[in-house]
Design a protein around this ligand. Structure first.
Ligand SMILES: [Zn+2]
Length: 110
């Protein structure tokens, strides 16, 4: 499966307990097909206190990664969560397009 997500994409969760939530992609891990999305997949981690390192023990909440098959890109043109299509521009560069409205998902060109 190819990676259809990029950092800073807005995505919607399509499955699991966070289904329907939207957030910004913070990091992607193409090797594992996983992404960390702002506000999605919170897990509680228990931290042991370590006085020598001045770490207070307790519960820390942070995002955990989500499998990319459970994420859909939100189109900036039509605002819908969509599957990603591909299209070649006249200059030969490849862009990602919305399957619903054919809007171009890549606004900033490298
Ligand atoms: Zn669209």
């Amino acid at each position: 499966m190819s990676m259809h997500l990029r950092k800073n994409d807005t995505v919607e969760v399509s499955a699991g307990k966070d289904k329907g939530k939207r957030g910004r992609v913070l990091t992607v891990d193409p090797a594992r097909n996983r992404a960390v999305v702002e506000g999605v997949g919170y897990v509680k981690r228990h931290t042991k206190p370590n006085p020598q390192k001045k770490i207070k023990g307790g519960i820390v909440e942070r995002e955990s990664s989500v499998h990319v098959s459970n994420l859909m890109v939100v189109c900036g043109e039509c605002g819908k969560a969509t599957r990603v299509g591909k299209k070649f521009l006249e200059d030969g560069s490849k862009v990602r397009v919305c399957r619903k409205c054919s809007g171009i998902l890549d606004k900033t060109k490298a």
